[in-house]
Design a protein around this ligand. Sequence first.
Ligand SMILES: *Cc1c(COP(=O)(O)O)cnc(C)c1O
Length: 363
Amino acid sequence: MSRSITELARANVRALTPYQSARRLGGNGDVWLNANEYPLTRDWQLSQQTLNRYPECQPAEVIARYAAYAGLAPEQVLVSRGADEGIELLIRAFCEPGEDAVLFCPPTYGMYSVSAETLGVACRTVPARADWQLDLPAITAQLDGVKVIFVCSPNNPTGNPINPDDLRQLLAITAGNALVVADEAYIEFCPQASVAGWIADYPHLVVLRTLSKAFALAGLRCGFTLARPEVIALLLKVIAPYPLSTPVADLAAQALSEAGLAQMRQQVATLSENRRWLADALADCPCVASVFPSETNYLLVRFTAAEQVFKTLWDQGIILRDQNRQPGLSGCLRISIGTRTECERLITALRPLPGAGTSTEQA
Ligand SMILES: *Cc1c(COP(=O)(O)O)cnc(C)c1O
């Protein structure tokens, strides 16, 4: 009996819906506000030309600089092909397929489920509360068999940081049984909310970071996992032998130099100012029902007629991210903060669109 190639694949891979990245969804725009990228790039020069040699698995300079930036020791830092690889390594190292589960709280980042499903690991979901904070009683009731809990803070796509007291409680109820992974992809926009300093207190706390957002290096594919050395050592067992190419390590080290960090902080200041301007301008548009508070480089916005808004802007080359199908986010679109010119183009396109009804939920 002969089977098709597709039938030869693992059942969970056949059933898998791949991550719908902004890039995969496409579009024909000139104002890209759908992937939480920084809107501009700078010129980069490679300083390493030794491409005949294999790279270091964990480039020492990158590790040392990120550790200094995060206030940790080098043994507490792992560098990988984006934070997304960190998510997968954690599940691979800690979850037995068909046995253990990961837990997360929708609406949230989509890669937790994609990575778990790819690896044949069950996903347990506990919806966030109406204020998008953790539902701790519901999580407590769902912890059986859970090995890894992903908490995105600030949360993508809602923009809110998670209450630190709730995170402490979560760490207390999971101690000895599961890892708590704080995904801090956007933490540079609210650095005071980081829990990286708590790694000293909690052996089961892991923090994910990236150069893709505030550092304006989404194309570089470079992310970090911060944790106790025991956790890092386990992840190093399952990581690829050469996860970062020599050019990636070279540019990452430059981005983490004193000058690189100063530039990143300038980028954060610029985007945060644009975000405040855009939030105010959106609140004055008739088609906007609510603008939710955000401490990130994007805004979640509820529209009175989200589908028409999405389509109208798409046809004008302004590409947003549809969040309408996430639980609790009907009518919501996510808007990455662009340059001031891009924000103005967005508002110019939105202002003429009709509204329906009113809301008092505005940030
Ligand atoms: C963008 C993002 C990531 C992925 O970062 P990469 O380093 O580009 O893989 C991880 N988590 C969240 C919440 C994100 O928004």
